[in-house]
Design a protein around this ligand. Structure first.
Ligand code: DGL
Length: 260
């Protein structure tokens, strides 16, 4: 990249409010960076689209973030990472692009041959990248895939707990966990992290919950360091949040989730 201004923001995006769960950790790990968060709620949910459609909307978001001056991109979305990261990295060879991956490895290593529930969007679960990741740890754990149709939509409405969420989770999980001992669960979509407490409650005691937010934040720090792109400032960075839907309500929800 030519003449990058080190105080330029790191662009972070997701299909909506999900990636704010990653931004929450990014601002802890990189307190002096400026961030611009792009919630693409106008195109949510990504997880019910085809890989080609997600690549197309993700490319538009990256283009917008570059116009806004982003010096690096964090794809705070498992679905967009599996569908579009390889394409975007090929297209923008000089731009650090950091993605998300379901936290399969820590979950598979949390006990002696654990049974692990993997909650993710239907598209993430269908993708080859996910199948390869699961295959890598197949001798360490038993995995149960749970495509969570409709969960992103609830969270985009601001529903992260309460009766509606509890009964959704009961219906979703019943077929997958009845009569089995579950040792761990992977939150393989950044939206689900916002509903972590409700998911913990639905799964009951003794189930360890894993997500990829901290891993992605640390990888972002590493990649910025490596590229000489860390902001040398010693003041706390600024955060800007935008949303493609133009909805004031979603912007309010975004700040609420970010500050939770
Ligand atoms: N938050 C996204 C993820 O991590 C996707 C949600 C969606 O389906 O739009 O997979």
């Amino acid at each position: 990249m030519n003449r990058v201004n080190l105080s330029s923001p790191v662009g972070v995006f997701d299909s909506g409010v999900g990636g704010l769960s990653v931004l929450r950790v990014l601002k802890e790990v990189l307190p002096h960076e400026n961030f611009i968060y792009y919630g693409d709620s106008a195109n949510a949910p990504y997880g019910e689209k085809t890989a080609g459609e997600v690549t197309c909307v993700a490319e538009n978001v990256v283009r917008d973030l570059l116009h806004l001056g982003a010096k690096a991109i964090v794809i705070a979305c498992n679905t967009a990472t599996s569908a579009a990261a390889a394409y975007l990295r090929e297209k923008y060879t000089d731009l650090p692009i950091i993605g998300m991956e379901p936290a399969i490895k820590p979950a598979a290593n949390c006990a002696e041959h654990p049974t692990v529930l993997v909650m993710a969007t239907p598209l993430t679960i269908r993708e080859e990248k996910f199948r390869r990741l699961i295959a890598k740890f197949a001798d360490k754990a038993d995995f149960i895939d749970v495509p969570c149709h409709g969960l992103v939509e609830l969270i985009e409405k601001g529903i992260t707990d309460g009766d509606v969420m509890d009964s959704y989770l009961e219906g979703l999980l019943k077929g997958h966990i009845s009569g089995r001992r579950i040792d761990a669960a992977v939150l393989g979509c950044t939206h689900y992290i916002h509903a972590r407490e409700a998911i913990e409650k639905a799964l009951g005691e003794g189930v360890s919950i894993h997500d990829g937010a901290l891993g992605t934040a640390r990888e972002t720090r590493h990649r910025l360091e490596e590229a000489g792109l860390l902001n040398p400032s010693d003041t706390t960075g600024d955060i800007k949040v935008i949303n493609s839907s133009g909805s004031e309500e979603l912007l309010r929800l975004s700040w609420e989730l970010l500050e939770k």
